[in-house]
Design a protein around this ligand. Structure first.
Ligand code: GLN
Length: 453
């Protein structure tokens, strides 16, 4: 019992969970036993999962890691979590994240940062698990859960997966319903699985995906059996290496791993071709206009009237209540995004910033359309570095945003993209490779990931 308690306390020190739900897990485990005995078990019967605390869960507090939603207990279940629970999964709890999924290090959470279970060989510094799905990444990497849900707006599944040495896939925009997920930037948000292996991701995605009339952008297309299709055979596939992702000053270890990945793909039968995505450098500034613009609009609903927190200043009117509630409820990064977003959408600046960003977004999407005439899949690094030390970028938003340089282009184009654990850097920290595919080709992306892991 002593060792068990110590293990639980050690696990809790990662701060991966915001809410633990053992009663749910026990009930699901019992139901799984009964279903297995009766021969009618779902594919995830009794599998312990963590759910990112951005998914509404019926009867279980859902916070988006913000003071704004502390105490908010939804009376409905998100489409994605309902599918997982319906397949028999046992929810162990709600996982920590960057507040409203805004961040790349899990340090913007109102519930404290998450610790990565990894340590570098040459330093004892505490490391970030990445973000925004940092709790999901840490919980899976530390073996606290078999798998977790994540959401990815500009890299929040893929970058933490890379930092934590696990697999994660952001499907095509519209593949998984956004219904019941706290909205960040609605034209970019997608849910996806994070797990130790590509096979587990394939199994989970098959459950999470599917059409939902309650999300008007949900795609009404059949969901293939992703797991059954995995064979690691890449014969007949052309894999493009986009030249613009070879950045000045890129870590030599990362560059070598990328080359190694190309060699593995060739060994699996693929042909490797060099390709060009000319607007890659414009993706990051475009994302950091589009995402805050949509966020400022989505977050207008947190007015102290309908959800969560309400702060009523003595003698104040309705506007004072709005202002006091939003000032108290939103963290610094969320306020920064709202201010950027309202600025780029305001009359007089709309044309110069928001409209311009929309045009560049179309050019970025067209780059991918052109490139997918020359190849079937793209192979890139997931992030420019391995996990960085907690606190090392938290005072410098631009340095933080630069982390997303390889993940945002495919988000802006709505394409499926996954991060595969591919090796360790010189300090023994995980590095991820990213595979990007054509719209709805999750099967192709997963199979390439399977060949690389
Ligand atoms: N790091 C990016 C941001 O802060 C992406 C976050 C996400 O994908 N949710 O916006």
């Amino acid at each position: 019992v002593g060792a068990h308690v110590a293990a639980v306390e050690g696990a809790r020190a990662l701060n991966a969970f915001i809410t633990e739900t053992p009663e749910h897990a026990f009930a699901a485990a019992k139901a799984a036993d009964a279903a297995l005995a009766g021969g009618s078990a779902g594919v995830l019967a009794g599998i312990p999962l963590g759910i990112k605390d951005l998914f509404a869960t019926e009867g279980v507090e859902t916070t988006a890691a913000s003071d704004m939603l502390r105490g908010f207990v939804p009376r409905y279940e998100s489409f994605v979590s309902a599918k997982l629970l319906g397949a028999g999964a046992a929810m162990l709890g709600k996982l920590n994240l960057d507040q409203f999924a805004m961040g790349s290090s899990n340090e913007t959470s109102a519930f404290g940062n998450v610790l990565s279970p990894w340590r570098a060989r040459n330093s004892n510094a505490a490391l970030t698990p990445g973000g925004s799905s940092g709790g999901s990444a840490a919980a899976v990497a530390a073996r606290l859960v078999a798998a977790a849900t994540g959401t990815d707006t500009g890299g929040s599944i893929r970058q933490p997966a890379a930092f934590a040495g696990i697999a994660g896939i952001k499907p095509t925009y519209g593949r998984c319903s956004r219904w019941g997920i706290v909205a960040f930037a609605s034209s970019l948000d997608q849910a996806g699985p994070m797990a130790r292996t590509v096979t587990d991701c394939a199994l989970l995605l098959g459950v999470m995906a599917g059409h939902d009339p309650r999300d008007s952008t949900s795609l009404d297309v059949p969901v293939p059996d992703y797991a059954a299709a995995l064979d690691g055979d890449l014969r007949g596939k052309r894999i493009g290496i986009p030249r613009e992702y070879r950045m000045e000053g890129m870590d030599a270890g990362l560059e070598a791993l990328w080359q190694q990945g190309a060699d593995w793909a060739r060994d699996a039968g693929a042909e490797i071709v060099e390709v060009s995505l000319p607007h890659t450098a414009q993706a990051l500034p475009t994302y950091y206009i589009v995402a805050p613009a949509e966020a400022s609009s989505n977050l207008a609903r947190y007015d102290g009237v309908r959800y969560g927190l309400r702060v009523t200043p003595e003698g104040g009117n309705l506007n004072d209540m709005y202002a006091a509630t939003r000032a108290a409820g939103f963290g610094a990064e969320v306020r920064r995004r709202i201010m950027i977003g309202t600025y780029v959408l305001s009359a007089g600046y709309y044309d110069a910033y928001y409209l311009q960003a929309q045009k560049v977004r179309a050019l970025i999407a067209r780059d991918f359309q052109n490139v997918f005439k020359q190849c079937d899949l793209l192979l890139t690094p997931t992030a420019p570095t391995s996990a960085f030390a907690l606190g090392s970028k938290s005072d410098d938003p631009i340095a933080m945003y630069l982390n997303d340089v390889f993940t945002v282009p495919s988000s802006l184009a709505g394409l499926p993209a996954m991060s595969v654990p591919a090796g360790l850097d010189d300090n023994g920290l995980p590095l991820g490779l990213q595979v990007i595919g054509r719209p709805l080709d999750e099967a192709g992306v997963l199979n390439a990931g399977f060949a690389l892991e």
